[in-house]
Design a protein around this ligand. Structure first.
Ligand SMILES: Cc1cc2nc3c(=O)[nH]c(=O)nc-3n(C[C@H](O)[C@H](O)[C@H](O)COP(=O)(O)OP(=O)(O)OC[C@H]3O[C@@H](n4cnc5c(N)ncnc54)[C@H](O)[C@@H]3O)c2cc1C
Ligand code: SF4
Length: 484
């Protein structure tokens, strides 16, 4: 059914007529309740509390059910936004959840971590033409996904009868999970190989529980298992098992969703001092290896902690440092706050929780004590110059403006590179100069039986894009295997 046909369904026409557009537009946007900043910055509880049913129904009434809904164009996987929002408005929440799941494999996850303000909500007519706050599409998505999970009536998607064809995925991040789910639904026998002992990729080892509780991801993983997907953990493809081994075991095609887990450093003096580490290492120790829970994994819980960078990862690391008891948890960023790539909500939450921001500062050296432990850092003050190739105004040094400040922990969070292990272990696989796997529109690599998607193709990107790639690769791999 196309958009117009759905929009003309009697229940939707009725709903549109039930409230005047002016009345809808006069309502103000819902605000999601949050835990108080002074309480939440000492524990790992989820900060955002979700909407009540009443709040969700009210917010859904704001949506004007536009004839040409621009919001949908802003969603990287094209969720039918008005159809799910209008189902919430009429109280059919499980139906709303079903509609989201037609295009998004992990709605409870994406509604928590997607940069909605830059995607669907940025395209909503309220933001585009009316100078008002967009419909809270992300909050409504979260409401529908949580409602479905808590109802105990989660729909297990239907699977085609088994076709007996074995395919494999490397990596259990959002790309691998979305791929596996779609291939299982098409009747394939799917195995996911994961290097770590936990499933979920960055969702588990990177994003902290105060933003994305692990229990939410586990429900999605259980769903995959119900679809018959087999998951093998502690298995590094390219080391524990090779591509040739997989072929010999009868796997007909492979999806590589191995992410971009290789940290970048700035190559400045003192970066190998004790106490200087990547955000990847820091967050993995805490989120995945239980550094806080059982004490087996050591973690440095400094008093003066500097995080270098301004992205989502930097915000996660700095807010984690605050929760570990840092007296000063600082964001050091070489551009101004307006250029920070992190979600606005994460910057706001970090500030409320007591994080200190040092924009227009760039580290040039870390200084150690006699035991080789970092004790200070030298910062070059910056100002904004002309926009660079990315359109952001580039930072320029202010000559001679250097300050030295005390630090005992430095977490470098300036981006990631693709993990080279899988690409380097497969003969004839084309990679770009950045080490990403090159693919065509169907996510197929230079080796016809190998498809790839997510951060290993894009470099560090987003959950929804990784998931969309996994789904596109599944569709294309299915076509390819049928034609063989
Ligand atoms: C701290 C942090 C916060 C973030 N916050 C956000 C956010 O708020 N919103 C957002 O949209 N995005 C966010 N991102 C980015 C987002 O998480 C990634 O873009 C996304 O997870 C990429 O998915 P993926 O499936 O490609 O890879 P990953 O999630 O990295 O998963 C790859 C998996 O492959 C495994 N693997 C690697 N090599 C092998 C091998 N050889 N054999 C077997 N397994 C292997 C890895 O162990 C890993 O589990 C964040 C990233 C980080 C690090
Ligand atoms: S653009 Fe905004 S108001 Fe229009 S259908 Fe989408 S969410 Fe509703």
């Amino acid at each position: 059914m196309d958009n117009n046909t759905k929009r003309n369904e009697p229940w939707r026409e009725e709903l549109r007529k039930s409230i005047k557009n002016k009345e809808r537009a006069d309502k103000s946007r819902v605000h999601m309740r949050e835990l108080p900043a002074d309480y939440r910055n000492k524990n790992n509880e989820e900060v955002n509390c979700g909407l009540t049913k009443e709040e969700a129904l009210n917010e859904a009434k704001r949506c004007l059910d536009c004839p040409a809904p621009s919001c949908t164009n802003g969603c990287p996987v094209g969720i039918d936004i008005p159809q799910f929002v209008k189902n919430i408005e009429r109280g059919e929440i499980l139906e709303a959840a079903k509609i989201i799941k037609q295009t998004s494999a992990l709605p409870a996850v994406c509604s928590r971590v997607c940069p909605q303000e830059k995607q669907c909500e940025a395209e909503c007519i309220y933001a585009q033409k009316m100078g008002k706050e967009a419909v809270a599409i992300g909050y409504l998505e979260r409401f529908a996904a949580d409602y479905e999970r808590e109802s105990g009536q989660m729909a297990v998607p239907e699977c085609a009868p088994s076709n007996g064809i074995k395919v494999a995925a490397v990596g259990s991040g959002p790309a691998g999970l979305a791929f596996a789910s779609d291939m299982a639904k098409r009747g394939y026998s799917v195995t996911v190989f994961e290097a770590l002992h936990e499933i979920g990729g960055v969702l588990k080892y990177g994003i902290p529980e105060f933003r994305l509780p692990n229990s939410i991801i586990d429900v999605e993983i259980e769903m995959l298992k119900k679809l018959g997907v087999e998951i093998v953990t502690n298995c590094i493809v390219g080391k524990t098992i090779t591509f040739e081994d997989l072929q010999a075991q009868g796997y007909k095609a492979l999806f590589v969703g191995s992410g971009a887990g290789l940290p970048r450093f700035m190559n400045i003096p003192g970066e190998n001092l004790i106490g200087v580490m990547s955000s990847n290492e820091y967050l993995t120790r805490i989120n995945l290896m239980g550094a806080l829970r059982d004490g087996d994994t050591p973690v440095l819980s400094g008093k003066n902690v500097a995080i270098i960078g301004g992205g989502n990862t930097a915000m996660d690391a700095v807010r984690t440092a605050k929760r570990l008891g840092a007296e000063h948890a600082m964001i050091v960023y070489r551009r101004s706050e307006a250029e920070m790539p992190a979600r606005i909500e994460e910057i706001k939450h970090a500030k409320e929780e007591g994080v200190e921001f040092m924009p227009l500062h760039n580290p040039i050296e870390y200084i150690g004590d006699e035991k080789g432990r970092v004790k200070q850092m030298r910062l070059q003050k910056m100002e904004l110059g002309e926009p660079d190739a990315s359109g952001r105004r580039s930072p320029v040094e202010i000559p001679g403006a250097i300050e030295t400040i005390d630090v005992d922990t430095v977490i470098v969070s300036i981006g990631v590179s693709p993990n080279p292990l899988v690409p380097s272990s497969i003969k004839d696989l084309s990679v770009s100069k950045w080490g990403t796997i090159t693919v065509n529109d169907g996510m197929q690599s230079s080796v016809p039986t190998i498809f790839a998607g997510g951060d290993i193709v894009r470099g560090g990107a987003t959950v929804i894009l990784a998931m969309g790639d996994g789904r596109r690769a599944a569709a294309a791999m299915d076509e390819y295997l049928k034609s063989c």
